[in-house]
Design a protein around this ligand. Structure first.
Ligand code: GDD
Ligand code: MG
Length: 359
């Protein structure tokens, strides 16, 4: 079995952050989303992985991979135009031998759940197996309609309640299913969707769904979910230097790290960090600061004595005041030179971006 990562989306709901960091490379829970996927594949013992990139993401992904060290043979496949998830899957046609484990680069992953999916696929041997997850707000996802374990339909982003089991973006596909993806119709959003491929294959009764309680699953499609995903990965545990477990407190030079947190450069910490802080390389905290439930991307910083909570600092951004977002409406700090440097994102009850207020 081979692995594949879909990494070509535009990340519209994560703008303006996704304009400077492509969604698959967003630093969440101690490493870029793409690296979480590669770690999961490595843990599953997969040795051949394709990353399907678009012209928009390819360069950044390729240069990022130069600094990634693992035991996987990684191939970056280019999709000429990002025409949707089914179009991205069809790029895999010559890569796949028998079957492929496909994941979206914008969802959190859980290795035991992926092991169960592979086992399920081997037992049932359908054309495709989908990992279904239960969520509170199914209207943002593809709702799976099932009869027992057999898929009977998928409704993308339904306006009315049809069920709470949704498509996680994690699949095992047979070579036949991969080859069928190119025949998907163009959807209302002008793309070929993998869920439409599943609907047409389901007519044969050979697309199966493995349900999961989904407690670990987050779609990193917006800022609120980015912070949720950060919490999940930090809580679940990271096998890398710089990780401090939940319940642990680590003193480093002039600073303190409260777990669960991840700090790449502990010698740049002079204040208190955590819980739920993820600091990428070069992230710097001044004396007397307190940073919690926050993602600080590469080279970002907080000036001395300020407290930052529920926030996302883009690469190179500097917090020059108190920054207090909420879990529902995280604050986003962009680097100087961006059109708007500090933004508080406010969400409607449904979790959609309602408007942006300058702070
Ligand atoms: N290479 C490539 N090319 N990747 C793509 C393209 C494309 O044209 N379009 C999307 N992707 C990647 C995105 O980067 C993301 O990792 C994944 O495919 C899913 O695409 P999104 O655009 O984020 O889709 P969505 O979130 O609206 O909905 C999809 O994902 C949900 C779960 O997160 C659907 O498949 C839903 O059914 C599903 O519930
Ligand atoms: Mg998505």
């Amino acid at each position: 079995m081979q692995g594949a990562i879909l990494a070509g989306g535009l990340g519209k709901r994560l703008r303006p952050l996704s304009e400077i960091v492509p969604k698959p490379l967003l630093f969440v829970g101690g490493k870029p989303m793409l690296d979480h996927a590669l770690s999961a594949f490595e843990a599953l013992g997969l040795r051949e992985v394709a990353i399907v990139a678009s012209p928009f993401t390819r360069e950044a992904i390729t240069s990022h991979l130069n600094n990634v060290d693992n035991n996987i043979d990684i191939r970056v496949l280019l999709q000429e135009k990002p025409l949707g998830t089914a179009d991205a899957v069809s790029v895999l046609e010559n890569f796949v031998d028998d079957e492929v484990l496909v994941v979206s680069s914008d969802v959190t992953l859980n290795v035991p759940a992926m092991v169960s999916l592979v086992k399920f696929h081997r037992e049932k041997s359908p054309l495709a197996s989908i990992l279904g997850v239960k969520v509170k707000d199914p209207s943002k996802y593809g709702v799976l309609l099932v009869n027992g374990a057999t898929l009977t339909g998928v409704v993308e982003k339904p306006k009315e309640f049809l069920g709470d089991l949704v498509n996680s973006g994690i699949y095992v596909l047979s070579k036949y299913a991969v080859a069928s993806a190119k025949d998907s119709p163009i959807s209302v959003r002008g793309e070929k969707e993998i869920t439409d491929t599943f609907v047409s294959l389901s007519k044969s009764g050979l697309v199966m769904v493995l349900p999961d309680n989904g407690s670990w699953w987050h779609d990193v499609g917006d800022f609120r979910n980015l912070l949720m995903a950060n919490q999940y990965y930090l809580e679940f545990g990271l096998d890398q230097k710089g990780y401090v477990r939940g319940g642990d407190i680590k003193r480093v030079g002039k600073g303190t790290i409260i777990g669960p947190s991840f700090v790449a450069d502990a010698d740049l910490i002079e204040g208190e960090v955590g819980p739920y802080a993820s600091l990428d390389s070069g992230a710097k905290i001044g004396f007397g600061c307190h940073v919690r439930n926050t993602v600080m991307m590469q080279g970002s910083g907080v000036l001395p004595a300020y407290s930052v909570r529920n926030a996302i600092l883009a690469p190179g951004a500097l917090a020059t005041s108190e920054v207090h977002g909420t879990q529902e409406a995280p604050a986003l700090i962009m680097p100087s030179g961006s059109k708007i440097r500090q933004r508080m994102l406010l969400f409607t009850k449904a979790g959609r971006l309602a408007f942006i207020r300058k702070i």
